[in-house]
Structures are given as C-alpha cells and as structure tokens.
Design a binder for this molecule. Structure first.
Ligand SMILES: Cc1cc2nc3c(=O)[nH]c(=O)nc-3n(C[C@H](O)[C@H](O)[C@H](O)COP(=O)(O)OP(=O)(O)OC[C@H]3O[C@@H](n4cnc5c(N)ncnc54)[C@H](O)[C@@H]3O)c2cc1C
Length: 452
C-alpha cells in the first residue's frame, strides 16, 4: 500500500512514516531493472502487510514486487505450485481450492505476497503441526544486484536459501518461488470453540487439543486481573473430510466492510471501549463449547472482512507487539507479562495467544521457535506508548522472549541481536545494495528517522 503521493510505501501499522527516493514497479520477470544502477539502497516490497518498518526503506528505492503476478506451473498430482513472487495468497487460494489443494501455511490475512511470506517466514494457525511457510518452499530464484539469477533450494545454494527465508528482503529479490500445497477433500473446516476462564485453562486446552487438531488459536482478554490473569476463546479446527461437501458451493463472501477514513483512537480505543468490547465478545458465545463446520474464509481470515481496519487507530498508527517466550517458563512468564499490561490499562481488541510447535524454522532469522506467543495491538499515543513498550520489553526479555521483526517498529539493537544470534552469520548473505529502515535500526547503523 502506498500513501497518496505514491512515493511513500506504508506498512500496516502506519508507523513509522517514511519517504522513498523512488518507487520502481516490477512488471515482467524477463525485464527486470539493473539494480546496481539505482542511486542508493533498494528493498523489495510486497503488499505492505508487515506492521512496522521491515518493508520500508526510508530515502532509498522501493522495488514494488506486487505486480509480478503470473502463475508459472502447477503439478496437480503432487500439489507443487510455481509462481511469481507478487502472487498473493488470495490468488493462490482461488487457483488451488477448487482443485482440492490448500495453502500449507497461512498468516491471518490472505492479502500477502508469496515473496513477503518467504521473506518473513510467516506462520499460521497450524504452526504446531506444520511449521512455517518456509518449511514448504522447495526452491526460488533470487536476483542479486550483480545481475546474477541464483536458484536456491535445500540442496542448491542451501545457505543462501536459509538466509533468504525469513531474510527480510535483504538478500536479493525473489522473482519466483515453488512450494508444496496441502491436499484437502473440500474447503470446509470442522471447528470447535471453547471458552476458557484463566491462563492455566488456556495451557490445559492447548495440551488437550493440539495433538488432535491441525489448527488452533485463541483470542484473549487480559484486562480481567487476578487471580485468573486472562480469559478467552480457544478455537481449533481440522479440514473436513466429507467428499459430498466438495460439491456444496461456498457461500459468496459478503461485500467486505471498509473503514473509509482515519478514526480517532481516543474515541475508539480507550480503557472503557476495550473493556466493553472484551466483555461483549467473550459473552457472544453463550455455551462453554461450540462445534460447527464452516467454510475456510471466516476461520482463517476473520479480519479480511473489514478492509483498512488499521484506520481504526487513526493517522498516527499503532504498534503490533508480538513475542514468543520459551515453554520452560511459559505459564509464569506469560502471567507476569499479562499482569504488567493490565496494570498499565493498556491493550487492544485483538490479542492472539498461541503455542508454537517444535518443528524447526528453516530461516536463519525465522521468528517461530518452541514456546507460547502473544500478539497485541497498541494504539500509538506518542512518547507515552513508546515508554510503556520499552518497559514491557524488559518484562518479556526477563522471560527469554523474542520479538517478531514483521511486526516490529521499535525493538532495540541489543534486543534484536539477543533474539537472533545468527544475525552476524546472516550478514554475509545480505546483498550490499539492499537495506531497510528496520535493518539500519536494529544493527545500530542509524537512529530511526521516525515521526512519532
Ligand atoms: C491482518 C494481518 C494478519 C497477519 N497475521 C500474521 C500471522 O498470522 N502470521 C505471520 O507470520 N504474519 C502475519 N501477518 C504479517 C504478514 O503476514 C507478513 O508481514 C507478510 O510478510 C507480509 O507480506 P507482504 O507481501 O505484504 O510483504 P511486505 O510487508 O511488503 O514485505 C515484507 C518483507 O518481505 C520482503 N519482500 C517482499 N517481496 C519480496 C520479494 N519479491 N523478494 C524478496 N523480499 C521480498 C520485504 O522487503 C519485507 O522485508 C499479518 C499481517 C496482517 C496485516
């Protein structure tokens, strides 16, 4: 997404605000520009669904890869799909679902590009059973600023493969990628939703349901205080196996709602509205446990039904704060973190809690690792929010937490280096022409030029 003058790519959190020197759309994979000829550093950009500054390159050149949208090959027997990197996951679903295939892993929005999914090594509701998106990538082509086109796979240039998965767009432009889809019988999901009353109950439900269900995620209300710490809804699902349902046409999704202008967060996101929303959402499900079969869209992409929902946080934008803490101290650590947030009367409508599984992420800088992870939105109220988040970082770090670069706009250089000890090894694979606002910030090369 670009702001009105087309020169300023934005991220989903709309913070920080930066200005590109030049935005270069890439249309044809056979006619790509000479990257070395650009004045300044370059960075690929997909659909700007990263929340912070990992997709931004202040004062540099933005290579808009979202126009590289051709499918190249599809092996219907093996489920192997080869497409250009700007193809969106929504486009993949349109092609694959009617043919009995599904994404191997999907984030909570389908409006991301294949290139972006690889560069952040995204995870989804099936992390505990399928790992990250990168686990399913078989090969891709990388264009470097030397003009070389390099094929990378687990066996061909394996180190560059590992650096590019989760490599934040810094190792070159992914031109096309091939990855393995997952067989489905029909596009429906058997879901179960269970209300839980406490953090302990969340952990108990995860232990009970994750071995039986491929997908799981929880919404949590952290503003209820002690002794229960949080309450919420645990949702799990499996692909439905009834061949007859394959013939049942999917309901046409309703016209998406959209937020046409920036709202004022003082009105929409305040302690009163947060408490009221959480109370209402928790009680919408009257029974303790509800089971149903639904089409895949509302299960995987509830937020995609409201376009531009990020405008709810106003023009100053917001921070999504996502971290994972190891299982060893999971219960106590998460309890301290949630207490800290509640004590400060901060929080959001959309708090997502989930356990990651143990499948190793393939990228040098991949975020997912075994543990319990929480994602929270915080409206940007200026220095006050930044001060609060700095303190929260310390509480998270005390529990051995790691932050997610795709969501980050402010972690310190020291935090980054601690969370990603392979960062130094990774540097060897960065294309010297490539850089980002995120990278300069977390390696301490530059103080961020952010506008609060
Ligand atoms: C509502 C919502 C829900 C989300 N849920 C999840 C979730 O559940 N799990 C999760 O992991 N993430 C989630 N995300 C984050 C999102 O999936 C990632 O940030 C994703 O990488 C965005 O893809 P994009 O195409 O928009 O890329 P951008 O945000 O534009 O770019 C992301 C990175 O990819 C690089 N890049 C883009 N294209 C290329 C290319 N062709 N070659 C090389 N590098 C490239 C960029 O340089 C940048 O570093 C969510 C985001 C939103 C808005």
């Amino acid at each position: 997404m670009f702001s009105e003058n087309k020169q300023s790519p934005t991220s989903w959190g709309r913070y920080p605000k930066v200005k590109s020197k030049q935005v270069v759309p890439l249309f044809w994979r056979s006619e790509l520009p000479d990257l070395a000829s650009f004045d300044g550093s370059v960075l690929p950009y997909g659909y700007g669904r990263s929340y912070g500054d990992s997709c931004l390159n202040d004062s540099g050149v933005t290579l808009d890869a979202s126009r590289l949208t051709n499918f190249i090959a599809f092996d219907d027997q093996e489920g192997l799909l080869k497409c250009e990197a700007g193809v969106s996951l929504a486009n993949v679903l349109e092609l694959a679902v009617p043919r009995g295939w599904f994404l191997p892993v999907s984030p909570g929005t389908k409006f991301v590009s294949v290139g972006g999914a690889i560069a952040n090594d995204v995870h989804g509701k099936n992390h505990h059973s399928a790992g990250t998106f990168g686990c399913h990538v078989t090969q891709f082509e990388l264009l470097r600023s030397t003009g070389e086109h390099i094929i990378c796979s687990p066996t061909q240039n394996p180190e560059l493969f590992r650096a590019t998965i989760g490599g934040l767009g810094l190792t070159g432009i992914i031109i096309w990628a091939e990855f393995r889809l997952k067989r489905i019988v029909n596009p429906y999901i058997d879901t179960v939703s269970v209300r839980f009353e406490s953090l302990d109950e969340f952990f108990d439900l995860s232990a009970e349901f994750e071995p039986q269900y491929e997908y799981s995620v929880s919404w949590v209300d952290m503003l209820i205080g002690e002794p229960n710490t949080c309450r919420g809804k645990f949702s799990a699902g499996n692909n439905n196996q009834d061949p007859d349902l394959a013939k049942k046409p999917l309901k046409k999704s309703k016209l998406p709602l959209s937020i046409p202008f920036d709202l004022s967060p003082a009105l929409t996101v305040n302690p009163l509205s947060l408490k009221a929303f959480n109370e209402l959402y928790y009680h919408v499900q009257v029974q303790k446990r509800v089971e149903k079969t639904s089409s895949y869209e509302p299960f995987f992409y509830p937020l995609d039904s409201i376009h531009d929902w990020n405008r709810m946080y106003g023009s100053r934008g917001f921070f999504q704060y996502q971290f994972v803490i190891p299982f060893e101290d999971g219960r106590n650590g998460m309890r301290s973190i949630m207490r800290f947030i509640a004590k400060n009367d901060e929080g959001s409508f959309l708090n997502v809690l989930k356990e990651f599984g143990t499948r190793k992420s393939p990228g040098m800088l991949s975020f997912p690792r075994p543990g319990v992870n929480l994602a929270i939105d915080f409206a940007n109220r200026g220095p006050r929010t930044l001060r609060f988040l700095d303190k929260l970082d310390r509480v998270v770090e005390d529990s051995g937490g790691a932050f997610y670069p795709a969501k980050d706009a402010r972690m310190s250089s020291a935090s980054f280096k601690k969370c990603y000890p392979e960062w130094d090894e990774f540097q060897k694979y960065i294309d010297p022409k490539f850089s980002s606002t995120f990278w300069r910030r977390v390696t301490g090369e530059e103080k961020s030029s952010v506008l609060v």
